[in-house]
Design a protein around this ligand. Structure first.
Ligand code: MBD
Ligand code: FE
Length: 306
């Protein structure tokens, strides 16, 4: 078939009826997607068996709640980041901390505190390395932003996230820290390890067929928000991870791999009542001012809440 014939055909499938008001944006997107899909079927001679197997795959991915994971693994979530970067650059915004994907594992409603929080519930203390991370939230002029919200979440030593992993305590490794009067935040936690897609899940099933792994390097997620500023969604990576630049979700970016300092000074350890050296990460967040030229940087998507 000619592509133009397919376009004509697909347009005929959208039948406007005066008594059934349509959503023109949905019509526009669906017609385009259907046309592109039909062209793929035709160009690649996709067999009926292949078509129905693809449909069954999407059903299974949805039924197991892995579509968010799939969007990350196929690079689509990173692609949305690249487009947001482009829009901000065109609007003249520059200098903020790089964004990177949210991923599918945020949970709203984490406990909130001012200035400092301990994220871990202590259950992995015997095997974990303690992490202290601290820094300042700055505005576009380099002024600190007292009251900025630092939402932070990360995996445990098995690469699992509380809530999704029912064996962890509620909100383990998840907190909201309100920056203090100097715009500073600090937290104590444990150094996380990387995440691997569920080995028997639908995402890994497709990755296998693509000859890809489903691993993420160790990382810590953040939402940084302050009134009048663009919400920042980002992550930092734990330096030294073997998957650092080989993330199945393509989320590692320059500027998001802070150095880790090992602290073994006896006085500093004693002050924290620690018997072992700990890891320290200093990382400041820089926000952009809100821009009337751009849609909000706060993305709406289905999220868990507890
Ligand atoms: C994660 O921890 C994550 O951040 C992403 C993007 C996908 C799967 C697990
Ligand atoms: Fe993650």
């Amino acid at each position: 078939m000619q592509h133009t014939d397919i376009d004509t055909l697909v347009k005929k499938w959208i039948v406007d009826a005066a008594d059934r008001p349509a959503n023109p944006r949905v019509q526009q997107i669906v017609v385009r997607l259907l046309g592109d899909l039909c062209k793929t079927i035709d160009d690649l001679d996709v067999t009926p068996n292949e078509f129905w197997s693809g449909l069954a795959y999407l059903s299974a991915a949805g039924a197991s709640s892995e579509l968010g994971l799939l969007a990350a693994g196929m690079g689509l979530e990173h692609f949305l980041d690249l487009r947001a970067d482009e829009a901000e650059a065109q609007a003249g915004l520059a200098g903020a901390t790089p964004r990177t994907i949210e991923g599918p594992l945020y949970v709203a409603g984490a406990p909130e505190s001012v200035g400092y929080a301990r994220l871990d519930d202590g259950t992995e203390s015997e095997r974990a390395e303690v992490l202290l991370m601290q820094g300042t939230v700055f505005d576009a002029d380099g002024q600190p932003l007292p009251g900025a919200q630092v939402e932070v979440w990360h995996a445990n030593l098995l690469g699992n996230y509380s809530f999704f992993d029912h064996t962890q305590s509620p909100f383990n490794l998840r907190r909201t820290i309100v920056a203090d009067q100097d715009g500073r935040y600090q937290f104590r936690s444990i150094l996380p390890v990387g995440y691997g897609c569920p080995p028997d899940g639908t995402t890994q099933q497709l990755l296998d067929l693509l000859g890809r792994h489903g691993q993420r390097p160790a990382h810590i997620h953040f939402f940084i928000s302050a009134p009048g500023h663009r919400k920042l969604t980002t992550q930092i990576n734990i330096d030294g991870d073997s998957y650092l630049w080989d993330d199945f979700a393509f989320a590692t970016r320059e500027g998001l791999v802070p150095p880790i300092t090992r602290v073994d000074d006896a006085a500093q350890l004693a002050a924290l009542q620690l018997q072992q050296p700990y890891a320290s990460i200093a990382f400041d967040f820089h926000l952009s001012r809100d821009s009337a030229a751009l849609p909000s940087a706060a993305v709406e998507r289905q999220r868990a809440a507890a």
